[in-house]
Design a protein. Structure first.
Length: 23
């Protein structure tokens, strides 16, 4: 039951990390 929430959190973290990699 916790998997969807964890997966969503990882996705959000990845999206936030993308700008850092670009810079």
């Amino acid at each position: 039951v916790t998997f969807p929430k964890v997966k969503a959190t990882l996705t959000i973290q990845n999206v936030r990390n993308i700008p850092q990699f670009v810079q």
